[in-house]
Design a protein around this ligand. Structure first.
Ligand SMILES: Nc1ncnc2c1ncn2[C@@H]1O[C@H](COP(=O)(O)OP(=O)(O)OP(=O)(O)O)[C@@H](O)[C@H]1O
Ligand SMILES: [Mg+2]
Length: 233
């Protein structure tokens, strides 16, 4: 059974069709990378899966249950067991680092574990405006993991991380996936993130998934020049 299943999903913003019939299936425990040009609709796709946007047509199923049918939301966002790292992070400016995790997880030991891992324990009393870009990003990641989600959606989670922390975060994602059933969909612009982390990559272009499959398959037989362009180093 697919964790995420999209059938013919369409989304328009002020008359313009951003997604023009997206079909996608993601299996339990799978890591799917989504890549595409700026404005291709990657963030919109994640927001639709999370239930934060409503499509015009199509179906979204989560864990085998209908979540969205046409423009009807059948499963509200808070019942979707989804952790989301937003492109703009969406931190709570008035809460401290510790409170960010406490808000979604009541287990002090787990909070401490996550804050220590992401090197935020010393900063636990600080608020987002007092943090650096990378520290803010690590907080968004730690908060999403503190939700103990079944499905994690990451919108360009690596963009503000230095190389050392990027490597560490990749390892953490692989480790948590091994430990328990966690399915990951992440948006990236970096083919290296695809190569090192993803089981499969979906190339989104002009509102459709142009091609999807393992990286090697797409590089060996790209369906369109843009596929090679986006995925080659
Ligand atoms: N709330 C909105 N209202 C109007 N237009 C929107 C809205 N959200 C996105 N769009 C438009 O939809 C298109 C796709 O946007 P989206 O954010 O999904 O792109 P993206 O692939 O994530 O791009 P990037 O790589 O730059 O983050 C863009 O043309 C954008 O301007
Ligand atoms: Mg985006």
């Amino acid at each position: 059974m697919a964790v995420v299943l999209l059938k013919g999903v369409r989304k328009r913003f002020s008359g313009e069709e951003v997604l023009r019939g997206v079909d996608l299936s993601v299996s339990p425990g799978e890591i799917l990378a989504v890549i595409g040009l700026s404005g291709a609709g990657k963030s919109t796709l994640l927001r639709l899966i999370a239930g934060l946007e409503t499509p015009e047509a199509g179906e979204i199923h989560l864990y085998g249950k209908p979540a969205t049918r046409g423009s009807q939301i059948l499963l509200p966002p808070w019942e979707r067991k989804i952790g989301f790292i937003f492109q703009n992070l969406a931190l709570w400016e008035h809460l401290t680092v510790y409170e960010h995790l406490e808000f979604v997880n009541r287990e002090p030991a787990r909070i401490k574990e996550l804050l220590s891992f992401f090197e935020l324990w010393e900063l636990r009393k600080k608020r987002p405006p007092e943090l650096s870009g990378g520290q803010r990003q690590r907080l968004a990641i730690a908060r999403a993991l503190a939700q103990e989600p079944a499905l994690l959606l990451l919108d360009e989670p690596f963009s503000n991380l230095d190389m050392v922390r990027k490597k560490k975060f990749r390892q953490e994602l692989l480790r948590i996936r091994e430990r328990r059933e966690l399915t990951l969909i992440y948006v990236t612009h970096d083919p290296l993130d695809v190569k090192l982390l993803a089981d499969r990559v979906a190339v989104i272009h002009e509102g459709v998934i142009l091609q999807e499959g393992p990286l090697e398959t797409l590089l060996a037989a790209p369906a369109h020049p843009i596929v090679r362009e986006l995925l080659s180093f």
